[in-house]
Ligand binder design. Structure first.
Ligand code: SF4
Length: 143
């Protein structure tokens, strides 16, 4: 049985910043028979509801910056991702919610520090950890 790591909001968990979900029935029917292992780095680190954050290009690389406080929120997301993949070493597939600065695989928006859009094809911070480990990764909308 395939082990699929999947953004919890796609399963219907109300863990988005505004306590809503992104349940995707079509995706879930395609994944029928697979073992689904859900994750949500932002809910774990910051709770729900929470302020939004954007992926910003800085001199130190891509950072998740809070839209309310301007704080760098990257570390808790990256630490959650590292712990998740250490716990689950046999993941076959990673499916992330498209456009999320944490979970998007090649659809996250990247801005510069003046908030100008640089790209809409980036990996979010958790997806980046999955890619680094050689796991096959898809945005939910592309699966
Ligand atoms: S996209 Fe990722 S971080 Fe955002 S709510 Fe879904 S699982 Fe959580």
């Amino acid at each position: 049985m395939k082990k699929v790591a999947i953004s919890a909001c796609l399963l219907g968990e109300k863990c988005r910043y505004d306590a809503s979900d992104n349940r995707d029935e079509k995706l879930l029917s395609l994944l029928r028979g697979a073992e689904l292992i859900s994750f949500c780095p932002e809910d774990d680190a910051f709770g729900t509801p929470r302020p939004t954050m954007d992926l910003i290009e800085t001199k130190e690389g891509h950072k998740a910056i809070s839209n309310s406080s301007g704080e760098d929120l990257s570390s808790p997301v990256i630490e959650y991702a590292a712990a998740f993949f250490e716990r689950h070493t046999d993941i076959d597939l990673f499916i992330g919610k498209d456009r999320s600065p944490s979970c998007g695989v090649c659809s996250a928006r990247l801005y510069n520090e003046e908030k100008n859009l640089l790209s809409s094809q980036e990996a979010g911070l958790m997806a980046k950890e999955a890619i680094k480990r050689g796991i096959e990764c898809f945005d939910a909308e592309k699966f």
